[in-house]
Ligand binder design. Structure first.
Ligand code: AMP
Length: 595
């Protein structure tokens, strides 16, 4: 499929091929597993599990155990240190990917190779082909808020960087973007710079300079798009000045960026005045993106999962421009493409590409047998996890944890993501992203998920809307230092509300968790009253800066929704920036709005 597409990119042909592959998903999965196991038969990891040349799914799942990143960590370290023998793959690994580390507070090393770049391009082309049927774009450019992190050499001399950096640096990426008529409007010097503040300023400047040509506004995650236009709100006059005079702001100090921007920037008072006028005419920046980019066809990025809370603000900036949610993947590899682009982002699903990896799914349905609701305390239960099922054996309506076997040396790797099967595209499942698994550690018998937290916060933040305030961002901590333990929710809000309103918000978050374990534990005070702590403006920017300081890129950033004790620096930033704190009086007095 890939060789054919490289000769020329015909979206209709891509669709035809995807349809054929998904009609035969079961066979394609068997073939894909066979190829992965054959290509990597010499790898020590596979030899250890005595597959003895067998490549069928049954032998594979009975010989090779499920594994997590922890299991692979020492092996990946050996690769990074330059071990001269095949550890995970037949061909040597030459590049290491660093995950964002934003969900668990620790950046993970993951093997990367050309096959992963190729599967990335396949995902890009597949979803583009379907997107382009509904939202055709002409020749033009994309304002892509993308950032390449610094790459470095590991002890063994392997190149290490974020997954997106590895991809953005590849020739295939540029070629594919060109074929998709959306080359990035910013020069490489702007993308590959260690200082993302300078990079972002220049992305915005390039976007305005090429405003008539901009067809698409995009980033990996929606957070980064919202962050970019929030930044625009504070730098727009400076941007206009630069365009008017044709001189670059002194805030840009990196010589390579200055040289690259000098090739683009010319005095254009007419354009500067137009943008100035438009900005002044907007009410609370509503429709900013539409005004700035009159020919933009859509805004594109991952808008599901932990990105959903940013949709409200993104819609506000977008005005009438449609929001199209991007595909589903991770540093460990891509999984599914959004082939139904007209669905609202909240309903986006991902059709698994059966030839880019071998996928299994651990059923998460709680059968209830022996559960605490049946009278036994959690501690006495022996939980036997159900066996994973194959890609085409999943059931509609059920939730699963995703298990990936990829072309870069990860075998039966538990990704830690929870997805729901909402249907099938031919015979491949369409997944809805639910949340990361086990983000909120239990205090008692509670089983709240990242999604539950998101829904409770969303419900409570509606009380802010009545005050014309917005929730900028949020996170939480499960505080076990108090007895009983309790949840602490951290909010950054766009302005100041009264104590009464915040108290009501606090009660509302506490009351809207629907997990029976949480509710019953709260009722008997086995979990203490929830605390809502209000943060200084700019706290989440500090958290972002912290992660960027660790080497994470802005386009990879996902606000951690529950900060664990291991993530001390982020907890410290939160603690240092609390301005007010409220303790829930729900499960006592109750909350007017939520009752
Ligand atoms: P990283 O390892 O930093 O590349 O982040 C990958 C993680 O981001 C995945 O495991 C998911 O939890 C999340 N993610 C990726 N794509 C999506 C998506 N389309 N919707 C929701 N979450 C996503």
């Amino acid at each position: 499929m890939l060789e054919k597409m490289e000769k020329g990119f015909d979206p209709e042909q891509v669709i035809e091929e995807f349809e054929a592959l998904t009609k035969d998903a079961k066979r394609v999965q068997v073939e894909t597993l066979k190829k992965i196991l054959k290509d990597n038969g010499e790898a020590e990891y596979l030899k250890k599990w005595c597959l003895d040349g067998k490549t069928d799914p049954e032998s594979y799942s009975s010989c090779v155990p499920l594994a997590t990143h922890k299991d692979f960590e020492p092996l990946i370290q050996q690769i990074a240190d330059g071990a001269p023998y095949p550890i995970l793959t037949g061909k040597p690994i030459t590049t290491i990917t660093l995950s964002s580390g934003t969900t668990e507070g620790k950046r993970k090393f993951v093997p990367f190779n050309d096959e992963l770049t190729e599967t990335t391009m396949q995902i890009y082309r597949t979803s583009f082909a379907y997107r382009n049927r509904e939202y055709p774009i002409g020749n033009g450019k994309a304002l892509s808020f993308i950032y390449g992190s610094k790459q470095f050499k590991t002890k063994g001399g392997l190149l290490a960087g974020t997954a997106t950096t590895n991809v953005y640096r590849s020739e295939q990426f540029k070629k594919t973007m060109k074929e998709m008529q959306t080359p990035c409007c910013s020069p490489d010097e702007v993308i590959f710079v260690p200082d993302f503040h300078q990079s972002l300023y220049c992305h915005l400047l390039c976007g305005i300079i090429f405003r008539d040509e901009i067809q698409v506004i995009s980033s990996t995650f929606a957070h980064s798009i919202v962050h970019s236009f929030r930044t625009f709100e504070s730098v727009w006059e400076e941007l206009c000045f630069d365009i008017k005079t044709g001189t670059l702001s002194t805030r840009i100090t990196v010589p390579t960026i200055r040289t690259a921007m000098a090739r683009i920037l010319r005095p254009n008072p007419e354009l500067a005045d137009k943008i100035h006028e438009k900005c002044l005419s907007l009410s609370n920046w509503y429709g900013l993106i539409e005004e700035l980019f009159p020919n933009a066809k859509y805004i594109y990025g991952i808008m599901t999962g932990s990105m959903e809370p940013y949709l409200k603000k993104l819609r506000h900036y977008a005005g009438g421009i449609p929001l199209l949610s991007a595909d589903y993947g991770s540093s460990e590899g891509w999984i599914g493409a959004n082939v139904n682009p007209t669905r609202p982002p909240e309903m986006a699903t991902f059709a698994v590409l059966p030839h880019i990896g071998y996928f299994e799914f651990i059923p998460l349905r709680d059968t209830g047998a022996g559960s605490p609701d049946h009278g036994e305390p959690e501690s006495q239960l022996i939980r036997v996890e159900p066996r994973p099922v194959g890609l085409t054996d999943v059931e509609v309506g059920e939730e699963y944890e995703v298990v990936v076997t990829n072309f870069a040396g990860l075998y039966r790797y538990r990704l830690g993501d929870v997805v729901k099967v909402v249907g099938f595209h031919n015979s491949t499942p369409e997944l809805q992203f639910i949340c990361r698994r086990n983000i909120m550690p239990p205090i008692n018998i509670d089983k709240n998920t990242e999604k539950d937290l998101q829904l409770s916060v969303e419900a409570a933040s509606k009380l802010l809307a009545a005050e014309k305030l917005e929730l900028v961002d949020f996170t939480s901590q499960v505080d076990l230092s108090s007895d009983p333990g309790h949840y602490v929710i951290f909010w950054e809000v766009s302005g100041n509300a009264t104590d009464e309103v915040f108290q009501e918000c606090c009660n509302c978050v506490d009351l809207t968790f629907i997990d029976a374990g949480y509710v019953s534990s709260r009722k008997v005070q086995a979990i203490g009253p929830l605390e809502l702590r209000i943060l200084k403006r700019g706290t989440f920017q500090k958290i972002l800066d912290h992660y960027v300081g660790l080497g994470c890129t802005l386009n990879q950033f996902k606000t951690p929704r529950c900060v664990g004790l291991v993530n001390r620096p982020v907890l410290q930033i939160l603690y240092d920036n609390v301005v007010k704190s409220y303790v829930s009086s729900a499960f006592g007095k109750g909350c007017r709005v939520c009752e």
